[in-house]
Structure formats: structure tokens, C-alpha cells
Design a protein around this ligand. Structure first.
Ligand code: UD2
Length: 345
């Protein structure tokens, strides 16, 4: 009788423990659901015209632009839809600053550092303070699951940092792709009120040279350093028609990098909204684009042409030697051991 009682007790305790462990694991493993974007249509804003007729400064002296002379003959400096492609030699920073500085702009920068990527924050911020929009009001928004690991980096005047705590996803693909949703939600919650322009950047990068107000425009894309010499047939666009990111083989302008999205806040809002919606539809159809949000971004830029393109000077890849057309590497990926930093490989 006693051993029966002990046996019964052990079985009951075992069952309760199993149910508890099952439920706590479910909670641990539960991944936040995708949110559907706000149905309100996002109006597209045009850039404020940077002209100051009343306060035109006659003290600014610079070489006369030459109608019959192109500043660069080795690279494309304007697209067929008349968007400038920013290369060294195509702009004069003193003129650009004389147009943008009086506008008293605030430029937001979103950076995600989830899981082991917190190790990249320090280098990113320290080098951004030396080269990224120096002389402008900059708000950094660091999205992380480990707020305690955000290092303190001395920031210049009029430069602020906000830490936004987010949960972690278990696949690196999801971490990267869900940036669209999280940026969109943050734009709608606060950034519309806090910034004029928004630049969304990868964190595993370092600034090496000037990355200034010449990047400002209504909608800005960066040409991917790996594909700027290639024909469109080899661009790694999503090639399955079932995906919302599908681009047919005979279409495409450039292959743009997922590591940089920029523009006026309303335009970045519209971009993240459309890409997030497309990602949601793909999710429902059980398909993930070849290069996650970068594929959706490329589809978006094909349909909504950027008003300014950043040459690969503005987004380089450290594994590549510097070719002669790149005079300065301004911002570049850090070498990383994918197997070591990613959650899943
Ligand atoms: C490319 C793109 C990247 C993105 C990705 C999509 C470039 C230079 N890079 O980079 O922008 O489109 O392809 O597949 O264009 N992250 C974390 N924690 C993680 C994983 C990622 O915080 O565990 C964040 C972090 O900000 C990182 C970004 O997501 O910089 C992109 O991830 P990645 O750098 O590992 O992607 P990668 O190198 O394949």
C-alpha cells in the first residue's frame, strides 16, 4: 500500500513538472507575431527646397561649375531618371553645407544590434562621430535585446542616442528582415515627430571617411559594392514569381544594398510599410525571399526610383581590394565570422 502511494505521488509530480516545462518552453520559444501595418496611407513628401534667397551668402567662394566638363569621366554620375550618383569629385561639401545647415535638420539613424552583434556598436558609433553627418543634429536609435551591452561612447554636441529594447528572433534571417516592421512601427510611434531624414544602417560597419550632407535627398539607395560592375542578369534578385520580391531577369537598374536605406522620414515610412507588407504576404504564402528584406528593398527601388544613389564609396565591403574608381572608402563592412556571430547558420 505504501509503495503504491509513493508511486502514485511520483507520477502526479512528474506529470505536473512535464506540463510546467512544456508551457515555460513555449513561452521561451514564442516569437512575437508579425503586426499588420497601420492602414493609413503614407503621403509622400518632397524635399524641402534648400534655397535661401533672403540670406544668400556672398562670402562663399568656389570654382565655377563647367557646363562642358563632367567632374568624373570614369563613372556614371547621373541615372537615366536623372538622379545623381554620389562619387568623390561630384560635389562640393561647402556648397552642400551652405544649403542644408541653415535648415536646422535632425537626422535619425537606426541601427540594430541583436544577440552577439552588440559587439559592433562601439566601433560603429565611435567612427560615426568622426565622419557621419558631422555638424548636423543626429539622433541614433539603437535597437537591441541587450540594452546593458550598449557601450557609452562620447557624443558630440547636438548628437543624441536612444536605446530601444526589442526581443530577439532565433533566426538571423528573421532578425534582419523584421527590421522593416520595427523601423516602421518606430517611425509611426515617434520618429515622425523627432527627425526630418532617416538613415537605416547595418551595425557591423565602420566609417573611414566623410559621409556628409551630400547623402541627403527624398529617397536614397546605396549601390551594392558586390554588383556594380555586373549585368542585371547576375543580380541576386528574388527570381521566384511566387514571392512579392520577384524581379524578372530582364529588369532591374542596380543591385542595391540592404545595409543602407535613407531619405525624408515620410518616404522611409512608405518604403518600410510597403516592404513589411510584402514580407507579410510572403510569410502567409510560406516563402522567404532570397536575400530577405534586401530582396524586397530591391523590388521597391525598381518601382519607386531613388532620387539619389550612393556610389560604393558610401558602402564598401572590406573583403574587396580598393579599385581605382573608389577614391575613398567612406563606410565599410567589418570582417566577421558568420558562424560565430549569427544565431543560426
Ligand atoms: C546583407 C546586407 C544586410 C541585409 C542582409 C539580409 C549589406 C552590406 N548587408 O548582409 O543589410 O540585407 O544581407 O540577408 O548590404 N543583425 C543583428 N543580429 C543578428 C543578425 C543581424 O543585429 O544576429 C542586424 C545587424 O544590424 C546587421 C544586420 O542585421 O548589421 C544585417 O545582418 P548581417 O550583417 O548579418 O547580414 P549580411 O552580412 O548577410
Amino acid at each position: 500500500g505504501r509503495s503504491c502511494l509513493i508511486f502514485g505521488f511520483t507520477v502526479t509530480v512528474g506529470m505536473f513538472t512535464a506540463v510546467y516545462v512544456f508551457h515555460s518552453n513555449r513561452t521561451l520559444l514564442s516569437v512575437p507575431k508579425y503586426t499588420t501595418p497601420n492602414p493609413e496611407p503614407a503621403p509622400i513628401q518632397r524635399e524641402k527646397v534648400p534655397v535661401r534667397i533672403d540670406s544668400y551668402s556672398t562670402s562663399l567662394r568656389y570654382p565655377q561649375p563647367q557646363s562642358l566638363k563632367s567632374p568624373r569621366s570614369d563613372v556614371m554620375t547621373v541615372t537615366p531618371w536623372l538622379a545623381p550618383v554620389v562619387w568623390d569629385g561630384t560635389f562640393d561639401s561647402s556648397i552642400i553645407d551652405s544649403l542644408y545647415q541653415p535648415q536646422n535638420l535632425t537626422i535619425g539613424t537606426t541601427v540594430f544590434a541583436i544577440g552577439k552583434y552588440t559587439r559592433f556598436i562601439k566601433g560603429f558609433l565611435a567612427t560615426a562621430e568622426k565622419h557621419f553627418l558631422v555638424g548636423y543634429k543626429v539622433n541614433y536609435y539603437i535597437f537591441t535585446d541587450k540594452p546593458d551591452e550598449v557601450p557609452s561612447v562620447a557624443l558630440g554636441m547636438q548628437r543624441n542616442l536612444s536605446v530601444i529594447t526589442v526581443s530577439k528572433f532565433f533566426r538571423w534571417q528573421e532578425i534582419s528582415m523584421r527590421r522593416m516592421e520595427r523601423i516602421l512601427n518606430t517611425i509611426e510611434e515617434r520618429l515622425l515627430k523627432e527627425v526630418d531624414y532617416l538613415y537605416c544602417l547595418d551595425v557591423d560597419m565602420l566609417f573611414h571617411n566623410h559621409w556628409g550632407a551630400e547623402v541627403l535627398s527624398t529617397l536614397v539607395a546605396a549601390i551594392h559594392p558586390g554588383y556594380y560592375k555586373n549585368p542585371r542578369e547576375v543580380f541576386p534578385y528574388e527570381c521566384r514569381p511566387a514571392s512579392q520580391a520577384y524581379v524578372p531577369l530582364d529588369q532591374g537598374d542596380f543591385y542595391y544594398a540592404g545595409a543602407m536605406i535613407g531619405g525624408l522620414i515620410e518616404n522611409v515610412r512608405a518604403l518600410t510599410r510597403t516592404c513589411h507588407q510584402a514580407i507579410l504576404i510572403d510569410k502567409q504564402n510560406d516563402i522567404e525571399a532570397a536575400w530577405q528584406e534586401e530582396s524586397h528593398l530591391n523590388k521597391y527601388f525598381l518601382q519607386h526610383k531613388p532620387t539619389k544613389l550612393l556610389s560604393p564609396e558610401y558602402l564598401w565591403d572590406d573583403t574587396k581590394p580598393k579599385p581605382p574608381e573608389i577614391h575613398f572608402i567612406r563606410f565599410s563592412t567589418m570582417l566577421k565570422n558568420y558562424a560565430e556571430v549569427r544565431e543560426n547558420v
